[in-house]
Design a binder for this molecule. Structure first.
Ligand code: PMV
Length: 320
């Protein structure tokens, strides 16, 4: 049997509950894979590489093109994608795309299903090169599914999955067993450009001691947040989310729209806490709430799109 002529991959989006941006500097983060997925199909036998019937565009399809360069080469492929996730919405669509492209390219090349660790490392590399800086957070949670904690060293009670090093930083990627966490994601409708926001925070961290202190404070708060969520203490977890949002504001990635949505969410009975999720500068807000339907209705009254999300144990999948 020759190599496969087609590969189909899918991977979940994610929300970061605690620790975005700080995780780029080696601090801990906690994320949940979502029950909303990205799907990609890649087939050989094309005349030129196309994405959803358009020629591959290195700017528009930067993540996809980078993963193909690293794991496939330049032989033409016909690629189609489908997504349940808002694009550039802070819920991990670029990471899920990088995971799917990496998994599909490796499957087409070898005819084998790559291991989760191989896909997570490969997709991180593709994101890192595309963004100029990144942590393995999004690509690891999208590969592994479930609840994932990144920290410099192994945390008590968590199961290590893999360890990724880059320069002088190292992240131990770990599985945490959590009861379902009731969340609502609200979208601002403004695109969040991860590379831009990561570069902005980097400039601030290099210049301002206060920004470096905010990064460390996010790291400490994340570990408290993991304990609170594990203990089912949502009131405490919510307060920590509010504080995390303030620290992200200090890092310059909050926007008036995100701040407005956070304020509105906190005023709705049943809300424990709210923060921006992902890179910020637009994108989405994540809210911990015991009254998801009421919150979704309150957002609707404000003309804001929101949806209740559930965490999902399912990580990437690839078949031929
Ligand atoms: O907005 P997203 O889904 O691309 O999340 C980015 C998370 C950051 O911590 C800001 C960057 C990273 O690579 O960890």
């Amino acid at each position: 049997m020759g190599p496969p002529t087609e590969a189909r991959a899918s991977a979940p989006g994610k929300v970061i509950l605690f620790g975005e941006h700080a995780v780029v500097y080696g601090e801990p983060s906690l994320s949940l894979a979502l029950d909303r997925r990205f799907r990609l199909r890649a087939a050989t036998g094309a005349k030129a590489t196309t994405v959803n019937h358009e020629p591959l565009d290195l700017r528009k399809h930067a993540y996809l093109a980078q993963a193909l360069t690293l794991y496939w080469g330049d032989a033409p492929l016909r690629i189609t994608t489908e997504s349940d996730l808002p694009s550039a919405g802070g819920v991990g669509s670029s990471a899920a795309l990088s995971v799917c492209t990496t998994a599909a390219a490796l499957r087409l090349r070898t005819g084998q299903t790559p291991s989760a660790e191989t896909v997570a490392r490969g997709a991180f590399e593709a994101e890192y090169v595309t963004q100029g800086a990144a942590s393995p957070n999004d690509t690891s949670v999208s590969t592994a599914g479930g609840a994932v904690l990144l920290s410099p060293t192994r945390a008590a009670g968590a199961t290590p999955l893999w360890r990724i090093e880059r320069g002088d930083r190292a992240w131990t990627v770990q599985r945490v067993e959590l009861e379902p966490v009731p969340l609502v994601v609200a979208t601002t409708g403004t695109r969040s450009h991860t590379a831009e926001q990561v570069a902005k925070v980097k400039r601030l961290v290099e210049r301002e001691p206060a920004a470096r202190e905010a990064v460390s404070a996010i790291g400490r708060l994340t570990l408290d947040g993991v304990d609170a969520i594990r203990a089912g203490d949502f009131s405490r977890a919510g307060r920590l989310m509010n504080r995390n949002h303030e620290l992200l504001h200090a890092l310059g990635v909050d926007t008036p729209e995100l701040a407005r949505l956070a304020k509105a969410a906190r005023a709705v009975p049943g809300t424990f806490g709210a923060k921006l999720t992902g890179a910020g500068g637009g994108g989405s807000l994540v809210v911990l709430t015991e009254k998801a339907p009421a919150l979704v209705r309150a957002f609707e009254d404000l003309g804001v799109r929101s949806f209740a999300v559930r965490s999902s144990p399912d990580g990437f999948e690839v078949t031929s």
